[in-house]
Each structure stands twice: as C-alpha cells, then as structure tokens.
Design a protein around this ligand. Structure first.
Ligand code: AMP
Length: 229
C-alpha cells in the first residue's frame, strides 16, 4: 500500500519502545507508506560520532555503555535536523523523546513551529526476547535494510536483498551486555512517558511481539487515520 500525506499540516508521530521493539524497522515502513520522515536520534548521534563533531565526541562513550546521552546534546542534534526542509510533511520520531525533560522540550519545539504530537505508538514487547533480537541484528551499509542472524538472513549470504550492496554493519552497542543496560535505561527514564502521553489521549499500544507484517498493518491503520484527517 502506498499513500501520501494529503493533510497540509505536518503529522508528527512518536514511536516508544525498548531497544529491539522494532521502532526503526516500523519507522522505515511508515516512511515508505506515508512520505513522513524518520527522525532517529540514535542515527543522528551515530552520525555525529562518525563525523567527530563536538556532540559526537561527548556522546560516544555514553552510547558505548548503553546509557542515555544528555538532553542538551540530544536536543541540539534534533533541532539541527528539524531545521532541514524535508521534514515538512511530518516526522516519525524514533528513539526520542526518552526522558520527561525531552518530552517537555519537544512540546515547546513543536509549539514554536505551530505543530504538535498527533499520535504516540507504544510498541509492547517482552524484555527477554529483546536481547536476542538486538544482539543478532545487522544492516546493509548502503541502504539500511535490516537483517538478523537467526530471523532474517539475506537470500544470498552477504548480499543485500534490497540494493545488492555487500557491506553489512553491526552497531557497537548491539551486544548482550549493553542491551541490558539500555533496557534498564528504557524502564527507568522512558517507560514513564507512556503514562504521560496516555493522560493526554494520544497513546495507542501495539503488540510488537506479533509478526512484522501484522505490526505494520496495525501501525498503518493508526497513521492512516491521521494523514486522512
Ligand atoms: P538507538 O539507536 O535509539 O537505540 O540509540 C542508541 C543510543 O544513542 C542510546 O543507547 C543512547 O545512548 C543514545 N540515544 C539515542 N537517542 C537518545 C535520546 N533521545 N536521549 C538520550 N540518549 C539517546
């Protein structure tokens, strides 16, 4: 299914969920279906680390440990990204906000733009399954298509099904030990945002242990209502 956002007002969506819940995968699918732009603060920070910027230098060690980067740094990279014109149709925030401070800052940032959060989708999963999901995953360096050692190998080993690229990469923080720290950070700092958004009536929960296509269909139904509004 391919749909285009018809509403002139940008649609802003938050995906909440622990590492491995499928936020990135589903965000990419929603991008494809609705023309929204995925904004992953993890990707932005990894980009800053690779580029050796001041923010990247400060974030690197924190990310390697699986802890949260300071709100100040995260907000700075996010603001820079939001200043680019391609976000005009709307955004899928993946991995942001992760703290109450970030949620408040996001409200202020969107209000300045005359925008708001239209929906928050919480991806519900079982923690125990996340360690295996995260520690076996890898992506195509060319197009970003995601794979997994146990659940989704490319049809030809080492060759991306989508773009034919042959360079695959694994994240430095996708190891069992760091995933446990990241899960703890999620429960301590981010999970409370579920109640915060539920109280506002913007939250929908999706069973993200279900088969990937089913999760996609459920998410598309939620976003479809917003873009058709
Ligand atoms: P992710 O790609 O979302 O799994 O994020 C990878 C790592 O980047 C996290 O473990 C944190 O160290 C850092 N990070 C990403 N987004 C945020 C955020 N919104 N707040 C704080 N740290 C973040």
């Amino acid at each position: 299914m391919t749909e285009t956002a018809v509403d002139t007002r940008p649609v802003n969506l938050i995906l909440l969920g622990p590492p491995g819940a499928g936020k990135g995968t589903q965000a990419r699918m929603l991008e494809e279906s609705f023309g929204l732009v995925q904004l992953s603060t993890g990707d932005l920070l990894r980009g800053a680390v690779a580029a050796g910027t001041e923010a990247g230098l400060a974030a690197k060690a924190v990310m390697e440990k699986g802890e949260l980067v300071s709100d100040e740094i995260v907000l700075a990279v996010l603001k820079e990204r939001l200043a680019q014109p391609d976000v005009a149709a709307g955004t899928i925030l993946d991995g942001f906000p992760r703290t109450a401070g970030q949620a408040a800052a996001l409200d202020a940032l969107l209000a300045e733009r005359g925008e708001q959060i239209d929906a928050v989708i919480s991806l519900k999963v079982q923690d125990e399954a996340m360690v295996e999901r995260v520690s076996g995953r890898f992506t195509c360096a060319g197009c970003g298509e995601g794979y997994h050692d146990s659940f989704k190998q490319p049809a030809r080993p080492g060759v991306c099904d989508k773009c034919g690229g042959t360079e695959m990469k694994r994240r430095a923080d996708d190891n069992a030990e760091t995933v446990r720290t990241r899960l703890q950070a999620y429960h301590a700092d981010t999970a409370p945002l579920i109640d915060y958004y539920a109280a506002r009536g913007t939250l929908t929960e999706v069973d993200a242990m279900a088969e990937i296509g089913r999760v996609r269909a459920e998410m598309e139904a939620i976003v479809g209502k917003l873009t058709a509004a």
